[in-house]
Write a protein that binds this ligand. Structure first.
Ligand SMILES: *Cc1c(COP(=O)(O)O)cnc(C)c1O
Length: 475
């Protein structure tokens, strides 16, 4: 080390000196001492490291004390802040897998808080005072809502697929159409999950066309089941042929093979009533004769992450007996949130109002427009005149691998400010508390109002005014 570096490093206050200083500081009253000490050590180490990286001729004359104290406070703030945060989704993608899919209904949150903060009868039978099963709590409700004979809830739908194929088709063949082997985002491919179950995938047909005879010709002594995957996150259009569920069910009956449908999104309501494309509902798939129907809890259902397997009692019992069920079991918070969400479905109107995902999907565009205009008016009142706030038509999407080509008419706030290049403003919004995720189009920041929760409007206005009334962007 050269003299310049040595001198500068010697000037740095010691850990003890800084601890002493902070004893008089309001931070010390708020924080456990260990956290403060850790932040001081980390900051000093980081400052030393940065100084050592500088060449002798670029060294500052001294390390500013105020700056150092500010660095320590910044380090404390960082170490005290959560990494997993609530964010405001202004992307217009309703079931946004990167943003946590479905926000939960108030009733679900209350039930999660009640069950989570107390003991519960998770695996206790209150009537007999003996051991019970966590798998019993939701079954009757699911039967009531869908007409299914039996149901099992696991960690997520990929888990439900894994468990089903492992239980019913390990080392045997599962016949599936090549056109239905989907990748589900995060580069997870369902065929890989299916193979991990130990089942042998027997792919039939071509990408665009699979006929009933393709399935029939593939059936042999090793066939364990027929699998249909609802390709809900993309659509092959044009010259296509898919075998319908009733046709597959008839074929399964003929050869005495179970038919399983991976519905992906698993909707309970007929969304065509709200002007959307028809997604097959869980009840319809069961009525068409699927032996098992598998779907996610946090896509169109609007609940917590979960995988639901519903249908034949005999098959669900085979799933339950599989040791993998123990590895994939849902925790009490999931079950609490899911039960509360499912109860809302006993009344369709209630479900559509109280489940945020359904509410956002079914909101008429005029209502989104009214909210956007209200937000724009508030912002114009609060923001400096140079910030332009407009309401423009936009296109929202259901997302989450559901209703891929449905474009939901929506409205967005369009923001421009001469002091803020659009990408800088977008960046500042992402760094805010809470972060706001929007997008930049044609040098404007667009915030789609369809996915902004009504209860987040006030904080969104505060975030925007804090940023735009504050200092001009740095850099
Ligand atoms: C989303 C999806 C899955 C995976 O569900 P997760 O709940 O994310 O595990 C499986 N199959 C299909 C068809 C899907 O759309």
């Amino acid at each position: 080390m050269d003299d310049g570096h040595r001198q500068l490093l010697r000037q740095l206050p010691s850990v003890d000196e800084l601890i002493l200083f902070f004893q008089e500081h309001p931070l010390a009253a708020e924080l456990p001492r260990t956290i403060l000490v850790k932040a001081i050590r980390q900051t000093l180490a980081e400052v030393r490291r940065q100084l050592l990286e500088l060449s002798p001729d670029t060294l500052p004359e001294r390390v500013d004390r105020e700056w150092l104290l500010a660095q320590i406070q910044q380090q404390v703030r960082q170490s005290q802040s959560f990494r997993l945060l609530r964010v405001i989704n202004a992307t217009g993608v309703i079931i946004h897998t990167n943003l946590g899919r479905s926000p939960l209904a108030q009733a679900a949150m209350e039930q999660i808080a009640a069950v989570g903060a107390h003991y519960s009868n998770l695996e206790y039978n209150l009537a007999t005072g003996t051991r019970g099963s966590r798998h019993d709590h939701l079954e009757a409700l699911l039967q009531e809502l869908t007409g299914a004979e039996a149901a099992l809830v696991v960690n997520n739908n990929a888990g439900a697929v894994l468990l089903t194929l492992n239980s019913l088709a390990q080392d045997r063949e599962v016949i599936v159409s090549r056109g239905q082997l989907v990748e589900i985002g995060g580069s997870f491919r369902m065929p890989d999950v299916m193979r991990a179950s130990g089942a042998i995938l027997r792919e039939v047909g071509t990408t665009n066309k699979t006929h009933l005879f393709d399935y029939e010709q593939a059936i042999g002594p090793e066939t364990a089941l027929l699998l249909k995957v609802h390709t809900s996150n993309y659509r092959i259009t044009g010259f296509t042929k898919e075998v319908s569920l009733p046709e597959m069910v008839a074929l399964g009956k003929k050869f005495d093979l179970p038919v399983v449908e991976d519905l992906g999104s698993g909707c309970f309501l007929d969304l065509s009533r709200y002007g959307l494309d028809k997604e097959p509902t869980v009840t319809e798939a069961l009525q068409a004769g699927a032996d098992l129907v598998l779907f996610s809890g946090d896509k169109l259902l609007g609940g917590p992450q979960a995988g639901l397997a519903m249908g034949s009692r005999v098959l669900v019992e085979r799933l339950k007996r599989n040791p993998l069920t123990r590895a994939l079991r849902p925790d009490k918070l999931t079950l609490a949130g899911l039960e509360a969400t499912l109860r809302l479905y006993r009344d369709e109107e209630q479900a559509v109002q109280a489940i945020p995902t359904l509410r956002m999907i079914t909101r008429p565009a005029v209502e989104v427009k009214r909210r956007a205009q209200g937000l724009a008016r508030r912002l114009r009142r609060l923001l400096p005149g140079q910030t332009k706030v407009n309401v423009i038509p936009a296109t929202a999407r259901v997302g989450g691998g559901a209703l891929p080509q449905v474009e939901l008419p929506s409205f967005a706030l369009s923001l421009t400010d001469p002091a803020w290049p659009a990408h800088k403003l977008e960046e500042a919004l992402r760094a805010a508390t809470p972060p706001v995720v929007g997008r930049v189009e044609h040098q404007k920041v667009l915030l789609d109002v369809r996915t902004i929760l009504p209860e987040d409007e006030v904080v969104l206005v505060t975030v925007l005014t804090d940023i735009l009334k504050g200092e001009k962007h740095s850099g």
